[in-house]
Design a protein. Structure first.
Length: 164
């Protein structure tokens, strides 16, 4: 994977920055770590990735429109990469969208910091953009193991560990 990443973070919900002032930098660093440690577009291709931090209402609208589910969810990934992109041309990988209240609530329920849960879900979303999935048990195990490995490099404990 190329180190030529363009990661654009767009904060649509001020609560992200109120609760986690470094949310933009944290999200970008997590995406960069996932891209750097995962096979993807050719090394010669610059990669463009969007990270969007909305509120639950905006996320719910996206989930309803694009997945037919009328509920907020923690993370959505929208792949835009085109396999027909010429070699060396910039790869528009896609967007990862994270809903504030859902992510904040999950972090509290799972006894994690908001920053660490944000890192985890950004890594999770980026891996989806790179073709990882968790529909089957073997796929889920492989994806989780890769997430744990990437998160370890960011100083984040295993997000799948049992909480007390």
């Amino acid at each position: 994977m190329s180190e030529a990443f363009s990661i654009e973070v767009s904060v649509h919900c001020d609560a992200w920055l109120a609760a986690c002032p470094e949310a933009e930098a944290i999200a970008a660093a997590a995406a960069r770590a996932a891209l750097a440690r995962t096979a993807g577009p050719p090394a010669s291709a610059p990669v463009i990735l969007g990270l969007i931090l909305p509120d639950d209402a905006e996320q719910r609208g996206l989930n309803r429109t694009y997945r037919g589910r009328d509920a907020a969810t923690n993370v959505l990934s929208f792949v835009t990469a085109d396999p027909a992109t010429p070699a060396g041309a910039p790869v528009l990988l896609g967007d990862v969208v994270l809903a504030f209240a859902t992510v904040e609530r999950e972090a509290a329920e799972q006894q994690k910091t908001l920053a660490d849960h944000l890192r985890h879900l950004v890594v999770h979303g980026v891996l989806h953009l790179l073709g990882f999935d968790h529909e089957g048990a073997a796929e889920a195990e492989a994806m989780e193991a890769h997430e744990i490995e990437i998160l370890r490099t960011l100083g984040v404990p295993d997000p799948y560990r049992a909480t007390i």
